[in-house]
Design a protein around this ligand. Structure first.
Ligand SMILES: Nc1ncnc2c1ncn2[C@@H]1O[C@H](COP(=O)(O)OP(=O)(O)OP(=O)(O)O)[C@@H](O)[C@H]1O
Length: 537
């Protein structure tokens, strides 16, 4: 593998891609984690959004969260990701409440694919790896990890395609989703939460994505929990478990294969040749008495399947535990079995990554301030350059400067022409200040969503972003405005002295700094506010 300079964006050649190891991706094997949540309740403005929601997921399992619109699927995912506080209930990973350190083992794929649109798929992955993987991890290992994911998620074809947007076509919907998933998998999470990963994809893309996820979860021992809308039968049957919500209450939790039987036992059987997922959703969206029957059925199902309502003993999908139902002796046996299970998990929790990069795992950020700053600086130069020095932008500046230069062409160095000189200087300063401000506002507007997403996932400090953004964009803006000014200065004959030229350039630089700092401070304030209100800090 070629040696590259410290922050040079590495681009793999087809041969290097060919030589990358085929799945299962060895770096992505997870230590076994078990997720358990019981009696989760969430209230927003005194309105009950989730009530007594529970579930268990084991390593390698795919769990579907389904329910009608507004049932609370996203709220539940936010709670599991630790992004929404819960009113009451317990949430544990390997029988431990979720600490900041354990939170690093959880990743959250949002419904929208949020990226910097001017970067390619590979650049996006590479910058994410530099920001999210431990700073002390060798760069070769980071590259290796990306290449393993590229292989596992079948992304070779689109690696050098720009992300794109509605104006400039880039990655397809499915490729964007794979890129989002790869960015989250880079940190080797044990638990992956996905909010409607198939929305916006056609049926074959949705099937192929779920198939890849299923294989990856199985091979690496990760837990995948996804909210999903109207899956096809094929996709529905790929999931191991189903958590069905109805108005924030449990409507079913258990294995997908037992679901049809459960609904039949409630006298709501699925008609022949009908998609079971559609049938279930029709029922939970049905009349109030049908919904009451389903919720009651779920309460009974829980009683039958949980040995202890506090969730001290794991959910047994095969039905009530025979050991536990054998009275106190049976209960003791189950609990001692569970304790040995927990010890085993505790030992496994110190996984390979944790052992190797302990320092970073125990600090609040995966990388130090300087590395965050340098990666963000390089990324900002890369995409801001194309925006600021776009063909249209350059043509607009040059034609305008020629036009103004012609209007005030070679002003005579006499007293009568003083007002004309002031006119040129004033016009040029006001125009460039507005141009700087407009550019900063537009770029801040584009950045805000990306920065929000990255800050919520704990990529970097806001101060590192602020410094990198300003230090990268001010020189770029100043460079373009200097060309503009030089043309006007020469055509208008503003002054025969070079020192005057330098003084005016100095004023230009000051104006660029002041407008840019002003606008970016506002963005930082807005970003900080929205991240804090989202996290309800
Ligand atoms: N911040 C909030 N303030 C007030 N109400 C909220 C807030 N967040 C969610 N809700 C309400 O909670 C309920 C559940 O919302 P949630 O987004 O979890 O539903 P969902 O099942 O994901 O819906 P969809 O499938 O349409 O995305 C909705 O009625 C919604 O209006």
């Amino acid at each position: 593998m070629e040696q590259d300079s410290e922050l040079h964006v590495f681009i793999p050649t087809p041969d290097q891609l060919e030589s990358c190891p085929k799945s299962p991706a060895k770096h992505y094997l997870s230590a076994s984690y078990e997720l358990k949540f019981t009696d989760l309740c969430v209230k927003i403005d005194k309105r009950e959004i989730l009530k007594d929601v529970y579930g268990v997921a084991k390593p390698g399992e795919m769990v579907a969260i389904m329910g009608p619109s507004g049932a609370g699927k996203t709220t539940l995912l936010n709670c599991l990701a630790g992004r929404r506080p819960i009113e009451s209930g317990t949430l544990t990973l390997n029988s431990r409440s979720i600490t900041k350190q354990l939170k690093r083992k959880i990743s959250y794929v949002l419904q929208q694919d949020i990226f910097i649109e001017d970067l390619t798929c590979w650049e996006t992955l590479w910058f994410t790896a530099l920001l999210r993987l431990p700073g002390s991890m060798p760069r070769a290992e980071k590259k290796q990890r990306i290449m393993e994911l590229v292989d596992a998620l079948d992304m070779e074809k689109c690696l050098h395609t720009k992300i794109g947007n509605t104006d400039v076509r880039g990655l397809s919907g499915g490729e964007k989703k794979r890129t989002t998933i790869a960015c989250e998998l880079l940190t080797n999470p044990a638990l992956m939460l996905l909010d409607e990963p198939t929305s916006g994809l056609d049926s074959s893309n949705a099937f192929s994505l779920c198939n890849t996820l299923k294989k990856f979860a199985k091979d690496s021992g990760k837990i995948l929990i996804a909210s999903i809308h109207q899956p096809s039968s094929q996709i529905f049957n790929m999931f191991d478990k189903l958590l069905l919500l109805c108005d924030g209450k449990m409507a079913y939790f258990g294995e997908v294969k037992n679901c049809a039987q459960h609904f039949a036992s409630l006298e709501l059987p699925c008609p022949a040749n009908y998609n079971l997922a559609d049938h279930i959703l029709d029922q939970v969206k049905g009349a109030q008495d049908v919904r009451d029957t389903i919720v009651k059925g779920a309460t009974q199902q829980r009683k039958d399947n949980w040995v202890n309502m506090n969730g001290e003993v794991p959910f047994n999908s095969e039905g009530p535990s025979t050991e536990a139902s054998n009275g106190a002796a049976g209960q003791k046996k189950v609990i001692s079995k569970l304790s040995s299970h927990v010890t085993e998990f505790d030992e496994m929790e110190i996984d390979d990554d944790y052992t190797k990069y302990r320092e970073e795992y125990e600090s609040p950020w995966p990388t130090g301030f300087f590395l965050q700053f340098s990666v963000l600086f390089q990324r900002s130069v890369k995409y801001s350059f194309f925006r600021i020095y776009s063909k249209w932008h350059i043509m607009q500046f040059i034609s305008l400067s020629i036009f103004i230069g012609m209007m005030w062409f070679q002003i005579e160095p006499t007293e009568r022409q003083i007002s004309n000189r002031q006119g040129v200087a004033f016009f040029f300063l006001v125009f460039t200040s507005f141009e700087f401000m407009l550019d900063s506002v537009l770029s801040a507007f584009n950045d805000r969503v990306v920065v929000n997403k990255e800050r919520l996932a704990g990529y970097y400090r806001l101060s590192a972003y602020y410094l990198a953004k300003n230090l990268s964009e001010i020189p770029l803006l100043f460079g373009l405005a200097s060309i503009f000014f030089t043309i006007i200065f020469c055509l208008s004959g503003l002054s025969p002295y070079f020192v005057d030229y330098l003084q005016m350039l100095g004023l230009l630089l000051l104006s660029a700094i002041v407008t840019h700092l002003f606008v970016s401070s506002m963005t930082v304030e807005i970003t900080q506010h929205s991240v804090q209100s989202y996290l309800l800090l």
